[in-house]
Ligand binder design. Structure first.
Ligand SMILES: Nc1ncnc2c1ncn2[C@@H]1O[C@H](COP(=O)(O)OP(=O)(O)OP(=O)(O)O)[C@@H](O)[C@H]1O
Length: 835
C-alpha cells in the first residue's frame, strides 16, 4: 500500500516565486430580504453598496454617521437567487478543486443575517454546499474510482490500494453496515425528494484520471473542535457526547483535525446523508434574533483525490507521486452578536463570548497579514489564538483561493453592527493570498487511455457475441492509443539572435521520430502477434468444430434417453393421478363415516340422559308406591276395625230392634255410617245429615262426580289464572255461579246458594300441576248471613304421559281416567277420614 499526502504543501513554493502569483481574498456581499422593517442598505451597482445611517426621525438615529459606499467583488441584492450566488461565488472554486486547487469559502455576518441560508439553503432550494456536491458529481461521476482504492490514513493523507483490496474492503463494509441500515435512514430523515439538483457540469475534466470524493464535517464550539460525523452509538446521538479533537500539523505542515471521520461518498445523496448526520448534532439554539442560531462555527470539507489511470486505461496508477489531493472548505461562521441586543445569559452568553472572541482573532490575523503584506512588516500572525484560525491557517499562508461572503441584514436595528462587519470586509479584500502553482500530472502516458480501453472492451464484447468465426470485427481507433507525445512547443521567435528555439525544435522532432519508430516497431510486433493469434484461433476453431459434432452425437443419444424417460414419466403420472383420485374418494367416505359416528354418539348420549331421568322418575314412583302400600295396609286394618264395629253395631241393632218392635209402631228412618274410604265417618256435629237413628243406606253425594248431586246452586270460586284441568275428576255442578274473587258477601248470602267450591293450583316438588278443590256447605242464618263449613278436599294431580304410563282409557265409559289422580283423591279422603 502506498500513501499519498495532501499535495500543496508537499512542494513548498519558494517565497520569491510565491510572491509573483497572489490573489486578493475575494469578498462578496449578500443582502437578505427585509419583511417589515426600515432598510439601511442600498445596492447602488453590481459591485457597490451604500450603508445609510438611520434617518433623523428613526428610533435608531445615530449622530455623526454618514452614508458610506462599499465595493465588493459582487453584490447580491435581496432578490438574488441561490443559483446566482453559487454560480458567481462557488462554481470557480469547484473548477479549481477538480483541477487540483484548494479553496476556502466562508460566510461572515451578524447573527440572523443569512449565513446558514446562503451556505446550506433549504431542501427545495439548496445553498452553496449542496450545489457544490451536485456539480462535483455531475462532472466526475463516470470517472470515479472503486470505493476504498483511496483510503484516508487518519493523518491527513491517503493510501492507494489495489482493486482487489478495495473490493475486499467493500465487502467488509457491506457486512458491517447491515445492522446500521435503519440508523442510516434515520440520520438522513430530511426529505430529499423535493430537492432540485443543480445540473451544472464542469467540462474540461481530465478523463484519464480517476477520482474519489471524501467529506468531513467539524464544528468549533467554545474554542474546541468536534467531529460531527464521529461514529457514536445511536442512543448517544447528542453532540454533548462528541469528543474534543486536536488540530495537528501533518508531515507537510498542513493543519488538520486529528482522527477526524472522513467519509468516502459516491453520490450527492451519500454526501447529504453525511451532512445531515452532522447537522443534527450541530449546536443550534433559539435566540432573540434568530430562531435557529448557530452557536458554533462549522466547516464542511470536500476533498477530491485524483490519480491517473495506468497505461491500459483500466486501473489506478499505483504511483503516489502521480496522485493529488485538493480540498474545498465551506465554513459557516457563527454570527457576531451584541449581548445588549440579544439579552443572552448563562450558556448562551458564554457561547456568544467565544464566538465574538474567535471572530476577533480572525479579524486580527487578517489585519496583521495585511500589514505584513502592505508595509513589509514581519509580525507574527496569531493563528493559534483560536482553533478556527489555526485550522485554516494554510489557506491564509497561501495554499489556495480564499473567498468570503459577507451577509447583511439591512434592518436599521443592525446598522451599528453592520458598520463593523463592512469595515472588516473592506479590510479583508486587501489581504493577498499566494496561489500555489498549478499541478501537472504528466507521466508520459498516452492521453485517451480510458476511451481507448472502453472501445477495446466494447470490441471484445462484440467479438464474443458474434463468435470468433464472425466476420465483423470492429475497428479500434488506434490513433487514440498511439500518441507521438505532447504537442509541438511554442515556435514564436521573440529574439532573432537566439538559436535555442531551433535546437529545442530539433530535440523535440528527434524525440518524436524516435517515438514514431518505437511505435511502428510496436505496431508491427502487435500485427505479427495478432496474425499468430488468428492462426491459433483458426486451429482452435477446427478443433472446436470437431468437438462440436461429437458432442452433437452425444446430445442426440441423450435426447433419446430423455424422451424414453419422459414416456415413463407420463405413465407414472397417470397412475399417480388414479391413485390420488382413489385416495380422495376414500377420504370422502371416511369423512361421512366420521359424521355417522358422531350422530350415533349424540343419540347414545341422549338415550343415556333419558334413561337417567326415567330412573329418577321411577325411583320416585317406587317410593310413592311403597307409601301407598303402607297406606293400603293401614286401610285394610281400618276396614277390619270397621267390620268389627259393624258387627258390634249389628248386635246393638238387633237388640234395639227387639226393643223398639215391642215399644213403638211408628215408621223408623234407618241411617248408617259409610265405612268405605270414599265415605269416611263424619262426626255428627260436622254433618247434620247424620243421625243416630237407624235408616236406609245413605250415600254421600259429594263424592259422586259422574252425576248431578241435586238442585243446589254452587258458588264456584276459581282464580282467573286457573289452568283448565281437562279431566272429569271434578264436581259436577249443574247450577253454579262462578266468581274469580270473593269480595261481595251477597254471593255467599244468597239463600239459593248452598254449596261452595274453592279451587287452588300449585306446582308440586317434581314440577307437576297439583289442584285442590275445597268444598263446603253454606248455611244461611236467620239474619240473612251465612256460615260456610268446609267438609271436603279433592286433590288432583296431573302428570305427563311420558312420565306416567299408568294413564289408561276406561273401557266402559270411554273417558280418560287418571288413575294417579283417583288414587291421590281417595288417599286424601282416607287421610281426612282418619283425622
Ligand atoms: N436571502 C434570503 N432569502 C430568504 N430568507 C433568508 C435569506 N437570508 C436569510 N433568510 C432567513 O433569515 C433567517 C435567518 O437566517 P440564518 O439562520 O441563515 O442566519 P445566520 O446568519 O446563519 O444566523 P446565526 O449566525 O444566528 O446562525 C432564516 O429564517 C432564513 O431563512
Amino acid at each position: 500500500m502506498k500513501s499519498v499526502w495532501y499535495k500543496p504543501s508537499q512542494k513548498k513554493v519558494p517565497a520569491k516565486v510565491r510572491s509573483t502569483a497572489r490573489d486578493p481574498v475575494k469578498v462578496f456581499c449578500r443582502i437578505r430580504p427585509l419583511w417589515n422593517d426600515e432598510s439601511c442598505v442600498k445596492v447602488t451597482s453590481q459591485t457597490t453598496v451604500s450603508l445609510q445611517p438611520p434617518t433623523a426621525g428613526s428610533s435608531h438615529c445615530l449622530a455623526n454617521y454618514k452614508e458610506i459606499l462599499y465595493t465588493f467583488k459582487h453584490v447580491f441584492d435581496d432578490k438574488a437567487t441561490q443559483k446566482e450566488v453559487f454560480d458567481h461565488v462557488a462554481l470557480p472554486l469547484i473548477e479549481n478543486l477538480i483541477h487540483g486547487k484548494n479553496g476556502l469559502l466562508f460566510t461572515y455576518g451578524v447573527t440572523g443575517s443569512g449565513k446558514t441560508f446562503t451556505m446550506t439553503g433549504e431542501p427545495q432550494d439548496g445553498g452553496i454546499m449542496p450545489r457544490c456536491l451536485d456539480v462535483i458529481f455531475n462532472s466526475i461521476s463516470s470517472y470515479q474510482a472503486t470505493k476504498f482504492v483511496f483510503k484516508p490514513n487518519r493523518m491527513n493523507g491517503f493510501d492507494i490500494q489495489s482493486e482487489a483490496d478495495a473490493m475486499f474492503d467493500c465487502q467488509n463494509e457491506l457486512y458491517a453496515a447491515r445492522p446500521l441500515k435503519i440508523q442510516r435512514k434515520k440520520e438522513s430523515d430530511v426529505d430529499l425528494n423535493q430537492r432540485i439538483p443543480d445540473g451544472t457540469k464542469i467540462e474540461n475534466v481530465i478523463e484519464d484520471n480517476t477520482y474519489a470524493v471524501f467529506v468531513t464535517y467539524v464544528e468549533i464550539y467554545n474554542n474546541a473542535v468536534y467531529d460531527l460525523l464521529e461514529e457514536i452509538p445511536e442512543e448517544t446521538i447528542s453532540s454533548k457526547q462528541l469528543q474534543v479533537k486536536i488540530v495537528r500539523e501533518d508531515a507537510c505542515h498542513n493543519m488538520y483535525v486529528h482522527s477526524v471521520t472522513e467519509v468516502e461518498v459516491k453520490s450527492t445523496e451519500e454526501a447529504f446523508q453525511a451532512f445531515y448526520k452532522g447537522q443534527k448534532r450541530k449546536r443550534m439554539a433559539v435566540t432573540t434574533l434568530n430562531s435557529e442560531s448557530s452557536r458554533s462555527h462549522s466547516a464542511f470539507t470536500i476533498r477530491l483525490v485524483q490519480a491517473p489511470l495506468d497505461s491500459q486505461g483500466e486501473h489506478v496508477l499505483q504511483d503516489t507521486k502521480a496522485a493529488s489531493v485538493s480540498q474545498l472548505s465551506l465554513v459557516d461562521l457563527a454570527g457576531s452578536e451584541r449581548t445588549n441586543r440579544t439579552k443572552n445569559s448563562g450558556q448562551r452568553l458564554r457561547e456568544a463570548g467565544n464566538i465574538n472572541n474567535s471572530l476577533m482573532t480572525l479579524r486580527t490575523c487578517l489585519e496583521i497579514l495585511r500589514e505584513n503584506q502592505l508595509y513589509g512588516a514581519n509580525k507574527m500572525v496569531p493563528y493559534r489564538d483560536s482553533k478556527m484560525t489555526l485550522l485554516f491557517k494554510n489557506f491564509f499562508d497561501g495554499e489556495g483561493q480564499v473567498e468570503m461572503i459577507v451577509c447583511l441584514n439591512p434592518s436599521v436595528e443592525d446598522y451599528d453592527e453592520t458598520v463593523h462587519v463592512m469595515k472588516f470586509a473592506e479590510m479583508t479584500q486587501e489581504v493577498q493570498v499566494s496561489q500555489p502553482p498549478a499541478i501537472k500530472l504528466d507521466f508520459g502516458l498516452a492521453p485517451g487511455r480510458r476511451k481507448a480501453n472502453h472501445i477495446f472492451k466494447q470490441a471484445l464484447q462484440m467479438m464474443e457475441e458474434n463468435g470468433y468465426g464472425g466476420s465483423q470485427i470492429p475497428e479500434v481507433d488506434i490513433g487514440l492509443v498511439y500518441s507521438l507525445g505532447p504537442p509541438f512547443p511554442c515556435l514564436d521567435m521573440t529574439d532573432p539572435s537566439t538559436d535555442m528555439l531551433i535546437k529545442d525544435l530539433a530535440t523535440f522532432l528527434e524525440l518524436r521520430m524516435k517515438r514514431r519508430s518505437l511505435l511502428l516497431k510496436d505496431w508491427q510486433q502487435k500485427c505479427q502477434h495478432f496474425h499468430n493469434k488468428l492462426r491459433e484461433v483458426e486451429k482452435e476453431k477446427l478443433l472446436a468444430e470437431h468437438e462440436h459434432s461429437s458432442l452433437q452425437n452425444l446430445i442426440d443419444q441423450e435426447r433419446n434417453k430423455v424422451s424414453a424417460l419422459e414416456n415413463r414419466l407420463v405413465s407414472y403420472e397417470s397412475e399417480l393421478m388414479n391413485l390420488q383420485h382413489q385416495v380422495k374418494e376414500k377420504e370422502t367416505y371416511l369423512v361421512s363415516l366420521k359424521q355417522d359416528l358422531q350422530n350415533q354418539e349424540m343419540l347414545l348420549n341422549k338415550e343415556l340422559l333419558e334413561k337417567e331421568r326415567l330412573r329418577k322418575v321411577y325411583g320416585d314412583r317406587i317410593a310413592a308406591g311403597k307409601e301407598s302400600v303402607k297406606e293400603e295396609e293401614e286401610e285394610v286394618e281400618f276396614k277390619t276395625q270397621m267390620k268389627e264395629q259393624e258387627k258390634k253395631l249389628r248386635k246393638v241393632k238387633q237388640n234395639l230392634t227387639k226393643d223398639t218392635c215391642s215399644s213403638r209402631h211408628a215408621p223408623v228412618q234407618h241411617t248408617r255410617f259409610l265405612a268405605t274410604p270414599s265415605q269416611p265417618p263424619v262426626a255428627p256435629e260436622r254433618n247434620n245429615l247424620v243421625s243416630h237413628v237407624r235408616g236406609p243406606l245413605v250415600r254421600n253425594p259429594r263424592h259422586r262426580r259422574s252425576q248431578t248431586v241435586g238442585d243446589e246452586i254452587w258458588l264456584d270460586h276459581r282464580p282467573a289464572t286457573a289452568v283448565e284441568l281437562g279431566t272429569v275428576m271434578q264436581p259436577r255442578m249443574k247450577r253454579r255461579k262462578s266468581v274469580t274473587k270473593l269480595t261481595d258477601i251477597k254471593h255467599v248470602a244468597n239463600p239459593k246458594t248452598t254449596k261452595y267450591c274453592l279451587m287452588s293450583q300449585h306446582q308440586d316438588s317434581s314440577g307437576e300441576l297439583e289442584t285442590h278443590l275445597y268444598k263446603a256447605d253454606i248455611f244461611h242464618t236467620a239474619e240473612g248471613g251465612a256460615q260456610v263449613t268446609f267438609n271436603d278436599v279433592d286433590s288432583l294431580k296431573q302428570q305427563s304421559p311420558i312420565a306416567t304410563p299408568s294413564r289408561k282409557r276406561s273401557a266402559s265409559t270411554g273417558e280418560l281416567e287418571d288413575t294417579e289422580t283417583a288414587c291421590a283423591v281417595s288417599m286424601e279422603e282416607y287421610k281426612r277420614a282418619r283425622h
